[in-house]
Design a binder for this molecule. Structure first.
Ligand code: ANZ
Ligand code: ZN
Ligand code: ZN
Length: 878
């Protein structure tokens, strides 16, 4: 008999689907409407490994499923083509970033095609193309018009390795997000910002209605960080200035015994008395070299400098000293605080260290606080030592004190966000030029819309691309010299380029209308497709890309460009793909495993020695190496640098695309990590081969049998097969809807067993033929090549046109009864089977029941007593 040979099957159907254009999307709703299935577009990184392919495979499964269900589906693909990877590769290999990018796109496309992943390639979007980035510039100009793009001078984050500024979102625990080992420095620079903070409230509120993982929502909420409180003005003794502070605890105003300014606060230096200036300057300098995390670390010994001046507490009239200390951050609130040591832990430590007064103003309800306080009491309570507000509970006092301040012009209620405006200028080459001109007489002037795009000059020499602490474009007068759009006098283009996250903030809208040369997209087309029904991608974008995209959608909505206010209705964050990885040689002596330096470094652990048990707990294994030594192996995230990637091209050419797809999809729930293993691959192969054999063996009989039958007349094994078929269909459909691909495949495996069981005792019948038909339809999203191949042997056209089988809910109930299972006459469980199910079916079901299994263990069944519809008694011995 013929053998399952993916290589004979797969290229044929890939060609067929391509020619027939089944994934071409049109702005005409299908019978069930539209579905927009989107995977996060990648930056073009050459040869892909299976880790890269997981989310594209998931997207393809879902897109095919939606298509056959009767939706008009948009499943597009593109390339996040600007940015550092291309530039760094250019510098390393001496290639032009464009050449590197396009070569990688070619290779990546090849890998995607090999896996049978279908997109509407007519809608391909490549962000480094002028026909795309001109609309980055268009959007930027609209933001400028609306006052949402602005230039400002300030302390910004600078990565010395990237040689550019970064957005706050690109600083992770004080370090560059691309360079884990590189602390970000602070520089005072004038840069372009987008006013994302104007949308803070909407970005927060609209999270509510999204079908997103709760943890991603929580991360966005925390990032936006809304705090309600008051801004209070503290007059400075002997000066005209008043220092505004932000507090979430206006109820503690009477306990504010000093003020603290962030070292970067301009007033710190300005107010410092002459004899303190030197000290303050030195302190300010030192603070620059600390990360925010360090500065705010709990338990770290507090440092600070007294400015030699006093302010007045507006409530008590007391004179209170003004200090500067680095635990106050310049970037938050007003960069200054009223310190209430009795009720704020950090202020408490500071007051203790420098001998400043600590005054209790909140009493703990129920049990009085000890005097003197042993630490800050940070909970709400009842006001004391607070003049006319004594006796009020904290919440009420917050309102009353804020009102009191407002009436006297000393403060006001205030909401503060942690979110900062988005710094988008970059001092790098490979990005979108900022469409602005600097004129000595007119100032900053936008490039007129008709003159877009401002083309990125084609710098061929790698030396020209190298970042030098300022934009490489600054060295190119042929780029920056331009007449002022307003006065026509000599002027200078802005030489910075945009953060690549600008490009990815709206690409999903461009897919709706990718060839538009007048507008970023036609609002009507965008409204047809938006919102994205299911977005699939990595959780690393939980804040960055997902927050920026939400901001852009809201902005474009306000501009009248798109109806929705949220771009991604459903979000799925897939887990990583790991592979068994060789971490190098180890030496074993008895129970001790010695880790030589290179192995230890690769494992990134401190210990030089582990016990065998600890090795096991790490999920690691010791395996013999060719040279007779032992090596330590452990699953690790697939990556080029670790050299553990299972490459798509070689794997598919060796094994097959459907095998790769099943291996990825079946290994684990898609949100979890999965380990790519040889056993997984073998399992996938066996499963598909078994499907192939089942259909191949029945080939002639299936061709000669009609699929017509009266479902009311089914009985016995036929009814059972029919019922199981629909139970499987229900399960697979529901699992696909919820992206539970692994359990859907498990259900298909189980039903395959049922098909084999059936054929042991019965010939090919109409109901069996129908079961095969449905089976191929259900298999199609997962292993489309094999499904399409087998389909064509009996049915015309493509599975794309066959639709999704219709569920017969009634069948699920029909004739099913509860049967008690006994072991030696004692009930050990129950099973749900058709009332006329044969003994084999009843027995097979009974053997699946845990408790029955337990009572059969180590025993032999000597007899079965079966009363259909009532009981099954297994008589055992031993
Ligand atoms: C007085 C006070 C009394 C405070 C008290 C707390 C407890 P969240 O919730 O994060 O918004 N704060 C304000 N600006 C700051 C800055 N730039 N750097 C460091 N700390 C700052 O925190 C707001 C609280 O953090 C504010 O309320 C302020 O301390 C401090 F019993 O003011 B509070
Ligand atoms: Zn960096
Ligand atoms: Zn001018």
């Amino acid at each position: 008999m013929e053998k399952y040979n993916p290589h004979a099957i797969e290229p044929r159907w890939q060609r067929f689907w391509k020619e027939r254009g089944f994934m071409r999307a049109q702005e005409v709703p299908g019978k069930k409407g539209k579905q927009y299935v989107l995977v996060m577009f990648p930056y073009p990184s050459g040869d892909l490994h299976m880790g890269h392919l997981k989310n594209y495979t998931m997207g393809d499964v879902l897109a095919r499923f939606r298509r056959v269900q009767g939706y008009e589906v948009l499943h597009p693909m593109g390339w996040d083509a600007f940015g550092l990877p291309a530039e760094n590769a250019a510098l390393k290999f001496g290639l032009h970033p464009r050449d590197w990018t396009y070569e990688n796109i070619r290779q990546a496309k090849e890998s995607l095609e090999l896996m049978g992943i279908l997109y509407d390639w007519d809608r391909e979007v490549t962000t480094c193309e002028p026909d795309y980035y001109r609309f980055n510039q268009w959007i930027f100009l609209k933001m400028w018009e609306k006052g949402l793009a602005y230039r400002a001078k300030g302390l910004v984050n600078w990565c010395p390795k990237c040689q550019t500024v970064l957005a706050n979102e690109q600083v992770v625990e004080g370090r560059c997000w691309r360079h884990e080992d590189t602390p970000v420095e602070k520089r005072e620079l004038t840069q372009w910002y987008l006013r994302i903070t104007a949308y803070a409230d909407r970005l927060l509120e609209d999270l509510e209605g999204l079908r997103w993982p709760e943890k991603v929502k929580a991360m966005q909420r925390a990032w936006i960080g809304r705090s309600e409180g008051a801004e209070i003005l503290f007059p400075v003794e002997g000066k005209e200035v008043r220092i505004p502070v932000f507090t979430t605890r206006p109820d503690t105003l009477y306990g504010a015994t000093f003020l603290v300014l962030a070292p970067e606060h301009p007033l710190a230096l300005e107010l410092a008395s002459p004899d303190k200036r030197e000290e303050v300057l030195a302190y300010l300098e030192a603070a620059k070299h600390k990360t925010e995390i360090e500065r705010q670390a709990e338990g770290r010994e507090k440092t600070g400098v007294f400015l030699g001046v006093y302010a007045q507490n507006p409530a008590t009239g007391e004179r209170i000293p003004i200090w500067t200390a680095d635990y106050v951050l310049y970037g938050y609130g007003t960069g200054a605080i009223m310190a209430v040591p009795a009720h704020d832990g950090r202020d408490f430590e500071f007051a203790q260290r420098f001998g400043l007064p600590i005054r209790k103003v909140i009493e703990r309800p129920g049990k009085s606080l000890p005097e003197p306080l042993e630490g800050a009491y940070e909970e709400p309570g009842i006001l004391v030592n607070s003049g006319p507000f004594d006796g009020l509970p904290s919440e009420e006092a917050k309102r009353r004190i804020t009102l009191w301040l407002e009436e006297r012009g000393l403060g006001k209620a205030k909401v503060t966000y942690r979110l900062r405006d988005w710094l988008i200028s970059r001092q790098r080459y490979w990005g979108t030029p900022i469409p602005m001109v600097h004129c000595p007489s007119c100032g900053v002037v936008p490039v007129p819309e008709e003159e877009l795009p401002v083309l990125l000059p084609d710098l061929k020499d790698v030396e020209d691309i190298r970042p030098k602490g300022k934009s490489p474009l600054e060295a190119h007068p042929e780029f920056y010299e331009t007449p002022c759009p307003r006065c026509k006098g000599p002027a200078r283009r802005d030489t910075d380029t945009m953060d690549t996250f600008f490009d990815s903030s709206w690409y999903y809208l461009r897919y709706a209308d990718p060839h538009n040369d007048r507008l970023p997209f036609d609002p009507k087309k965008a409204d047809f497709w938006m919102p994205v029904d299911q977005y699939i991608g990595g959780v690393e974008h939980a804040v960055l890309h997902l927050l920026y995209s939400r901001f852009f959608t809201k902005f474009l909505h306000d501009l009248g460009m798109v109806g929705v206010e949220e771009p991604f209705q459903g979000l799925f964050t897939q887990g990583m793909v790991l592979a068994w990885t060789d971490f190098g040689e180890v030496e074993v002596e008895g129970d001790r495993v010695r880790l030589p330096e290179p192995t230890r470094l690769r494992l990134e652990i401190q210990e030089r020695e582990l016990s065998l048990e600890e090795v096991g707990k790490m999920g690691a294994e010791l395996r013999p190496h060719q040279d007779g030594t032992l090596h330590l192996w452990k699953p690790a995230v697939m990556s080029k640098s670790k050299g553990n990637g299972v490459m798509v091209g070689p794997f598919v050419r060796e094994e097959g695309a459907d095998i790769a797809r099943i291996t990825i999809l079946f290994a684990a729930p898609p949100e979890n990590e999965m380990v790519w293993t040889e056993e997984g691959v073998q399992g996938a192969w066996r499963f598909l081969n078994r499907i192939y054999r089942r259909v191949a063996e029945d080939r002639e009989a299936l061709a000669q049998t009609s699929g017509r039958f009266q479902k009311e007349e089914l009985e016995g094994a036929d009814l059972e097969l029919y019922r199981k078929l629909h139970a499987t269909l229900k399960k697979v459909t529901e699992d696909l809807e919820a992206l539970r691909f692994n359990t859907a495949i498990a259900a298909l495996m189980e039903f395959l067993n049922a098909l084999y069981e059936y054929r042991k005792a019965r010939p090919v019948t109409p109901v069996y033929r129908t079961a095969i038909r449905y089976y191929l339809q259900m298999l199609f999203p997962f292993a489309p090549h094999l499904a399409e191949e087998l389909w064509h042997r009996f049915w015309p056209d493509s599975l794309f046109q066959a639709g999704w089988p219709e569920l017969d809910e009634e069948a699920l109930e029909r004739g099913v009864v509860e049967v008690a299972v006994q072991v030696n006459g004692r009930v050990r469980g129950t099973i749900q089977i058709p009332k006329d199910a044969p003994l084999e079916v009843a027995k097979a079901e009974a053997l699946k029941v845990r408790n029955v299994q337990a009572h059969l263990e180590g025993k032999e069944i000597v007899k079965e007593i079966y009363v259909p519809g009532k009981i099954l008694n297994l008589v055992v011995r031993g």
